[in-house]
Design a protein around this ligand. Structure first.
Ligand SMILES: NC(=O)c1ccc[n+]([C@@H]2O[C@H](COP(=O)([O-])OP(=O)(O)OC[C@H]3O[C@@H](n4cnc5c(N)ncnc54)[C@H](OP(=O)(O)O)[C@@H]3O)[C@@H](O)[C@H]2O)c1
Length: 309
C-alpha cells in the first residue's frame, strides 16, 4: 500500500465515531498514551467531507468506530433498514474506499455477532469460528448489514476488520456494558459466548493499526464464558446476596424483536499477534472484578440504585 504520509515518523490517528462508546474509549486511550489524534467531523457517506477531514488532519491511520447500532438496541435496525444500510454498508465502504485512494490504513471496529452455533460448530465443543469462516447468522438486520460489509471490506488491501463481541468495561452501571445489561435484566439466558474486554483489547487494536494488519481479526479474549458464570463472578467479588433467574432462548425470543447471535470465535490469530492476551475469565478478574472489589461498597450502592432495589 502506498504511503500518503510516509514522512511522518509518528502515527497520526483520525477517529470516526466521536460520540460513540468505542470511539470515546479509543480517544481516551490515545490521549492517555500521548498519541496524536483527532476526531473526524464527516458523516461516513459524505465523500467530500471525509476528504476534507483527511486534508485537515493528515492521518497515517484511520480508526472507524462509527456505525449504527440501534437504540435502545439493535431491534431498532429492523424498522430503519435504509438508515442502517446507509451507515453500516454505504458509509463504511465509502470511508474504506477514500482511505485506499489516499493510501491510508483503516481499522474498523465491526462485530462478531454474525455467527451462531450450529451442527458444524456446536455449543460447548470448543470449535470456534475462524476469520476464514463465512458468517452464518443474519437473523437480525444489524447483523445482516455487518456480515455484508465484512465480506466486501475484505477485498480492500488497506483494511483490518475487527470482530468485536459483547463488549465489557469496568463500569458496572454503564448501560452498554454487557455485564451491566445482565445484572439489570429480570431474566437472562445462559449461553457461553466469546467476549471483548475493552480495557485490555483497545490498546491491542491500536498496535494492530500501527502494524498495519489487514483482513479480519476475531477481536475477543480467548475462550468463552456464559451469562451465569459472569453473574457467579459478580456474586463472588461484589454482592454475595445477588440472585437472578434464567430463561430459555424460546422465552427470550418473546421479549426481543430480532434473534441474537451466540458463538465462540477462534482466537489463534489474535493470540499469535499478542501471546500475552488473557483468557476471558482472567481478563474479567483483572480488568473488571478486582478493581470493582477494591471499592465494593461504592459499586454495590451504584448497582442497587440502578436496579431500583
Ligand atoms: N456496543 C456493542 O455492543 C458492540 C458490539 C459489537 C460490535 N460493535 C461495533 O463497534 C462499533 C462501535 O460501536 P459503539 O457501541 O461505539 O456504537 P455507538 O455508541 O452506537 O456509536 C456509534 C457512533 O457512530 C456514529 N455514526 C453512526 N452513523 C454514522 C454515519 N453515517 N456517519 C458518521 N458517524 C456515524 C455515531 O455518531 P452520531 O450519533 O452522530 O450518528 C456514533 O458516534 C460499531 O461498528 C458496532 O457495530 C458494538
Amino acid at each position: 500500500m502506498a504511503e500518503a504520509n510516509g514522512s511522518h515518523s509518528e502515527p497520526v490517528f483520525l477517529i470516526f465515531g466521536r460520540s460513540g462508546w468505542i470511539g470515546g474509549l479509543v480517544g481516551d486511550y490515545l490521549k492517555e498514551k500521548g498519541a496524536k489524534f483527532e476526531y473526524a467531523t464527516a458523516r461516513l457517506e459524505d465523500r467530500s467531507a471525509i476528504l476534507a477531514d483527511i486534508e485537515r488532519v493528515k492521518p497515517t491511520h484511520v480508526l472507524n468506530s462509527a456505525g449504527l447500532t440501534g437504540r435502545p438496541n439493535v431491534d431498532w435496525c429492523e424498522t430503519h433498514k435504509v438508515e442502517t444500510i446507509r451507515s453500516n454498508v454505504i458509509g463504511c465502504l465509502n470511508l474504506a474506499d477514500v482511505c485506499l485512494a489516499k493510501g491510508i490504513h483503516m481499522l474498523y471496529y465491526g462485530t462478531g455477532c454474525i455467527f451462531h452455533y450450529d451442527e458444524d460448530f456446536p455449543m460447548n465443543s470448543g470449535k470456534g469460528f475462524t476469520e476464514a469462516d463465512k458468517p452464518n447468522f443474519t437473523g437480525s438486520y444489524y447483523s445482516y448489514t455487518k456480515a455484508m460489509v465484512e465480506s466486501l471490506l475484505k477485498e480492500y488491501p488497506n483494511v483490518l476488520t475487527l470482530r468485536v463481541r459483547m463488549p465489557i468495561v469496568a463500569d458496572l452501571v454503564y448501560p452498554r456494558n454487557f455485564i451491566t445489561k445482565i445484572i439489570k435484566y429480570d431474566k437472562v439466558v445462559d449461553i457461553p459466548n466469546s467476549m471483548t474486554v475493552l480495557p485490555e483489547l483497545i490498546p491491542l487494536s491500536i498496535q494492530m493499526a500501527e502494524r498495519k494488519l489487514t483482513g479480519i481479526m476475531n477481536f475477543t479474549n480467548p475462550g468463552c464464558i456464559s451469562h451465569n458464570e459472569i453473574l457467579e463472578m459478580y456474586k463472588q467479588y461484589i454482592d454475595p446476596e445477588f440472585t437472578w433467574s434464567n430463561f430459555t432462548l424460546e422465552e427470550q425470543a418473546k421479549v426481543i424483536v430480532a434473534p441474537r447471535s451466540n458463538n465462540l470465535l477462534d482466537t489463534k490469530r489474535i493470540q499469535s499477534e499478542f501471546p500475552e492476551i488473557l483468557p476471558i475469565k482472567e481478563s474479567l478478574i483483572k480488568y473488571v472484578f478486582e478493581p470493582n472489589a477494591a471499592k465494593k461498597e461504592e459499586v454495590l450502592a451504584a448497582v442497587k440504585e440502578m436496579r431500583g432495589r
